[in-house]
Design a protein around this ligand. Sequence first.
Ligand code: GDP
Ligand code: GDP
Length: 436
Amino acid sequence: MAKPIVAIVGRPNVGKSTLFNKLAGHRIAIVEDTPGVTRDRIYADAEWLKYDFKLIDTGGIEPKSDDIILAQMKRQAQIAIDTADVIIFLVDGKQGLTDSDHEVANMLRVSKKPVVLAVNKVDNFKDEPNAYEFYNLGIGDPIAISAGQGLGLGDLLDEVVSHFTDYDVEEEDEFIRVAFVGRPNVGKSSLINRLLGEERSIVSDIPGTTRDAVDSYLETEEGKFVLVDTAGLRRKSKVKAEIERYSVVRTLTAIERADVVVLMLDAEEGIAEQDEKIIGYAHEMNKAIMVIVNKWDLIEKDDKTMDKYLKELKMSLKFLQYAPFLFISAKTGQRTHKVLSLVRKCYDNYNKKIGTGVLNDVIGKALLQKEPPMVGTRRLKVYYGTQTGVKPPTFVFFINDTEALHFSYSRYIENQLRDSFDFEGTGLKIEYREKK
Ligand code: GDP
Ligand code: GDP
């Protein structure tokens, strides 16, 4: 199940970043060695009680005048309405109610998304009455908090998570969610249209689901799929940074909810930093991943072109060695019939379960074939391993001493697993624990 998405909306300086950082705590987990992934805090993992969720900060640049602030807030609110499961509307208890708060509240109200109203900067009890005037917004009971002091956050989170269950839609679970990501004009819509056209059965009636207009449901002999087009990202805005933020938030949300992420490239244009960044996120979020090189019809080629092209691509995407690559033309239909079967394969590998017996045979053999190196005075021993989860396949190995584990040896073990079992299209999580 994808994690619910919670967005924070509010005027500049009400304390959105402060709240974001408090809620995200230490769990902002963006691994630095993934190329292209910046430490921009648009997105973070957070948890409360038994719930894990994603937090997005829709705020962007610093606006300069009141009407710009209002316009920007409306766009922020729209991003939140489009992408989030629950919206935290943050207002400033010290400054009091403003006109732009009213306007945004109206937008949120008509959207019918669950909204939690939080009045920030209520730093102590005597300030609490400051929260009352926000009843006037007509979006429910204000919750007094102090993001700075860390007060009232428990009440806020209780209210936020109470809205999650509505979104756990069981019926959708049998569908494989596939997000097509890539820059504008690479051919995402063309491919999706072709897949919908080629395939026999488009499912139009899914009970009880709240659906995005860009989702297409279909059933083929390979299974049931939801194809998610992230093409609708282009938005009219005068500010370029805002368009980008909007499209990043939309894309990341689509990725978060997907099982399989398909990065689409235009063969003539190749890969750009933005692609690396986006697919880096998908990798961080442990999604199954494949890469499609589209518009292959436009490339002049001989029998070596594809190999050469592939080699260069893999050089740019070093962290993505497990992803399969497919060269297609959405226009002519060349190899498009392979798309969904490859998606299916990635998905199956992503959910693959390896029995403990077989797993330990493989590890035993690997240890015999290549003895672990001495690390200082110690040598690694692996007692046994077991698979503890899927999406992606997750393994725990019990060893004598974590300090004796050299990273080159853990890489060797991962490679041995990949050689023995087909994990194409999925990352693996491997954890080593000391057993005394
Ligand atoms: P954003 O523009 O909405 O992201 O707001 P920031 O998080 O950057 O906060 C704006 C200002 O409000 C900063 O100076 C914060 O230190 C301050 N601030 C944030 N939360 C609180 C709070 O709970 N109480 C008080 N008194 N100040 C706060
Ligand atoms: P999107 O923005 O990623 O959804 O891209 P579109 O599907 O709208 O395609 C952008 C343009 O590329 C359109 O003019 C398409 O006709 C064209 N196009 C898409 N796929 C192919 C292809 O495989 N070959 C060629 N030559 N053109 C393509």
